[in-house]
Design a protein around this ligand. Structure first.
Ligand SMILES: Cc1ncc(COP(=O)(O)O)c(C=O)c1O
Length: 400
C-alpha cells in the first residue's frame, strides 16, 4: 500500500517557489541576487489596516468566527461588490477564506468529480491546473497566442467546451502576463458561455486594482448578468492592499455553491483568522486612496521595465494592462550560449543561466504553460528593477 496519496501524485511542486528558494540559497552563499520571481507587492500593509488589527486584538476578537466569514466582513464585501463592480450579492452569497487560493480550492473540491473538465487558459497561474487535478478534475489547457496579447479568444473557448466542461477559470488582469480583458473582449467570451449552460465561471479578479493607463476593469457577472447564477467572482485583499501574509480572500456566488464551500471549510480550516478579518474590514471600508497611489507606482515601474527589456538583445516584451508582471519572449536567445558557457535551448535554460551567472531570478514560461517566455515581477523598488534590467541586458549581450 502506497503511503502517499494518488491525489498528491497528480500534483507538481510549485516552480515559482523552487526558483525563489534557489535565489535564497545563492544569497545564503553570499551572492548578490535580485529575486523578481515572487508574486507579492513590495509595499507595506497600510497603517490604518494594521491599526485595525491591533485594535481587534485589544477588543479580544481572538476567537473562532462563523466558518466562511464574520457578518461585518461579509457586509463590507457586499458593499465592495456593489460599489466597484455593480454586483448585488447578499451576505449569504459571500464566502471568506484564508486567501483567494483557498476560495478557489474550496470551490473546486466542492464541485469536481472524476472526468469533469475545467478550462484553464494558458499562460495560467501555476496553481490552477494542479488544484484542478488534486480535486479530481481534468484541466483542459487552451493556449493563448502572443499576437492576441495572450488572451483567450471566443473561438478557442467554443472549441474547448465539451458536455463534461464544468468550469472556465478566467483571470484578468492575468498572472503571469498582466493582460487585461476589456468589456468587448470579455463580452465575446460571455456570449459563448451563454450558449453552454453547463459551464460555470470562476473569475479570479485578484489583480482588479492593479490596472493602468485608464484600463477599465470588468468581471463576467457584471458584463453578462445572465451568467451571475453560475459565476463565482473571486477577489481578495492580498495584492490590492499589500496583505499577502494576512491570508484573506473572498468570493460572491450562487448560494448553493457558497454553502458547499462552507461545508469544505468548516471541516478543514474552520475559519479565516479573526484578526485578519477585522483588518480586511478596514481595508475594504477605510480610505481607498492608497490603491491609486500604488497603482501609479506600478505603472511607472512597468513602463521602465518594458522599455529596458525591449532593449535586450533577443527579448521582446509587450506592454500589459495590469498586475505587476511582464511576460517577455526570449525566442531570440534560444540556440545560443551564455558567457558562462551554458547552452540556452529553452526558457528554463535561460532562467537558470540568468540566475546563476547574473544573479537575477525570473520564472521560466514553461511553468505557466507557454514558452519561450519568462515572467518578471516588477513589484520591487525602482533602483532594484533598474539594476536587474542592466544585468539582464548584459547577460543577453553576452550570448553568442
Ligand atoms: C492569479 C492569482 N490568483 C490568486 C492568488 C492567490 O492569492 P491569495 O494570496 O489571496 O491566496 C494569486 C497569488 O499569487 C494569484 O496570482
Amino acid at each position: 500500500m502506497a503511503f502517499l496519496s494518488e491525489a498528491l501524485a497528480r500534483v507538481n511542486p510549485s516552480p515559482t517557489v523552487a526558483i525563489t528558494q534557489r535565489a535564497r540559497e545563492l544569497r545564503a552563499e553570499g551572492r548578490d541576487v535580485i529575486a523578481l520571481s515572487a508574486g507579492e507587492p513590495d509595499f507595506d500593509t497600510p497603517e490604518n489596516v494594521k491599526r485595525a488589527a491591533v485594535a481587534a486584538i485589544g477588543r479580544g476578537e481572538t476567537k473562532y468566527t462563523a466558518p466562511d466569514g464574520m457578518t461585518e466582513l461579509k457586509q463590507a464585501i457586499c458593499d465592495k461588490f456593489a460599489r466597484e463592480n455593480g454586483l448585488s450579492y447578499a451576505p449569504a452569497q459571500i464566502s471568506v477564506s484564508s486567501g483567494g487560493k483557498q476560495v478557489l480550492w474550496n470551490a473546486l473540491l466542492a464541485t469536481l468529480n472524476p472526468g469533469d473538465e475545467v478550462i484553464v487558459p494558458a499562460p495560467y497561474w501555476v496553481s490552477y491546473p494542479d488544484m484542478v487535478r488534486m480535486a479530481g478534475g481534468t484541466p483542459v489547457i487552451v493556449t493563448g497566442e502572443e499576437r492576441d496579447g495572450f488572451r483567450l479568444t471566443a473561438g478557442a473557448l467554443e472549441a474547448a467546451i465539451t458536455p463534461r466542461t464544468k468550469w472556465l477559470i478566467f483571470n484578468s488582469p492575468s498572472n503571469p502576463t498582466g493582460a487585461g480583458y476589456d468589456r468587448a473582449t470579455l463580452c465575446a467570451l460571455t456570449n459563448v458561455l451563454m450558449r453552454h449552460p453547463q459551464v460555470h465561471v470562476m473569475s479570479d479578479d485578484m489583480y482588479e486594482h492593479l490596472a493602468y493607463d485608464g484600463f477599465t476593469f470588468c468581471t463576467p457577472a457584471e458584463v453578462e448578468p445572465g451568467l451571475a447564477e453560475r459565476t463565482l467572482t473571486v477577489n481578495g485583499v492580498s495584492k490590492a492592499y499589500a496583505m499577502t501574509g494576512w491570508r484573506i480572500g473572498y468570493a460572491g456566488g450562487p448560494e448553493p455553491l457558497i454553502a458547499a464551500m462552507r461545508k469544505v471549510q468548516s471541516q478543514t480550516t474552520t475559519n479565516p483568522c479573526s484578526i485578519s478579518q477585522w483588518a480586511a474590514v478596514e481595508a475594504l471600508t477605510g480610505p481607498q486612496d492608497v490603491l491609486a497611489t500604488r497603482a501609479e507606482a506600478f505603472r511607472r515601474r512597468r513602463d521602465a521595465v518594458v522599455a529596458a527589456l525591449n532593449d535586450c538583445a533577443g527579448m521582446t516584451c509587450q506592454t500589459p494592462e495590469g498586475a505587476f508582471y511582464v511576460y517577455p519572449s526570449v525566442a531570440g536567445c534560444l540556440g545560443r550560449t551564455s558567457a558562462g558557457g551554458a547552452r540556452i535551448e529553452t526558457d528554463e535554460d535561460f532562467a537558470t543561466a540568468l540566475l546563476e551567472e547574473a544573479g537575477v531570478a525570473l520564472v521560466f514560461g514553461a511553468a505557466f504553460g507557454l514558452s519561450p517566455h519568462v515572467r518578471l515581477s516588477y513589484a520591487a523598488a525602482d533602483d532594484v528593477l533598474a539594476d536587474a534590467c542592466n544585468r539582464i541586458r548584459a547577460f543577453c549581450a553576452g550570448l553568442t
